[in-house]
Design a protein around this ligand. Structure first.
Ligand SMILES: NC(=O)c1ccc[n+]([C@@H]2O[C@H](COP(=O)([O-])OP(=O)(O)OC[C@H]3O[C@@H](n4cnc5c(N)ncnc54)[C@H](OP(=O)(O)O)[C@@H]3O)[C@@H](O)[C@H]2O)c1
Length: 211
């Protein structure tokens, strides 16, 4: 099946490589398309570079928005009319970097990124918060773990978004575990209790019940 990946930087490139190795066909897009071209050349036949962000959605059932939180809303607005019926997968953590390079959380305590992103999406788009719960290096090293796969947690309100997130998580070499609705997505973020964990399914299930 075909999935769009908009944003081919630190996490988008790793997600795209893992999905391609799991048999997914990809349509890639990035700000100036240069990083998308480099990544597509590395992946080979499973990936093509789209003409722009809207074109990335052509023929795709889902889109991964692997974008910094500060550009996410603008890109959603840009592609809003082609999101109807699509599953939107968001790995973004609500972090910003100031001119001195200091990283800080952009949302007040108790506010989840998922609720904010859900409010930015047009009606008819189906949101899953997923693929942002591990650093890119950890995500790459934990995929296709054997004999027991590592878990990738996700949050979704919409059943079809959840099913598609699970399919993509399995394609990327992980076992999916749902933590709840998008209001729970703060648990997946940097600083959340489920961030950067590499655990198997049994431990994952005891953790999600334990908060
Ligand atoms: N990196 C990680 O380890 C990691 C892990 C988990 C979650 N996350 C989260 O994932 C998000 C992305 O992080 P990152 O590290 O991948 O950031 P990044 O390396 O800066 O990559 C961002 C990507 O977004 C693209 N982009 C920027 N503006 C765009 C636009 N208007 N249209 C299309 N593409 C655009 C950039 O294009 P160019 O390549 O052309 O500049 C780049 O490919 C963040 O919210 C972060 O918190 C990151």
């Amino acid at each position: 099946m075909t999935t769009a990946v908009i944003g081919t930087g630190g996490i988008g490139s790793v997600i795209a490589r893992r999905l391609a190795s799991g048999g997914e066909t990809l349509r890639l897009s990035s700000a100036d398309l240069e990083s998308a071209r480099t990544l597509a050349a590395e992946i080979g036949r499973a990936a093509v570079v789209a003409a722009d962000n809207r074109d990335a959605l052509r023929g795709a059932g889902a889109v991964v928005l692997a974008l910094r939180f500060t550009v996410l809303k603008g890109v959603i607005n840009e592609i809003a009319d082609v999101l109807t019926g699509k599953v939107v997968v968001v790995p973004s953590n609500p972090l910003g970097t100031d001119a001195q390079g200091n990283v800080s959380r952009l949302l007040p305590e108790g506010h989840s990124s998922g609720e904010l992103v859900a409010g930015w999406l047009p009606a008819g788009a189906r949101l899953a918060m997923a693929f942002g719960s591990m650093s890119a290096d950890l995500f790459e090293s934990a995929s296709n773990r054997s004999p027991e796969p590592a878990v990738l947690f996700y949050a979704a309100d919409d059943d079809r978004a959840g099913e598609e997130a699970e399919r993509l998580i399995r394609a990327a070499g992980f076992e999916p575990v749902k933590i709840g609705g998008v209001e729970q997505s703060g648990r997946l973020e940097v600083g959340g209790d489920l961030h950067d964990l590499v655990v198997g399914p049994a431990e994952a299930r005891s953790l999600i019940g334990g908060a």
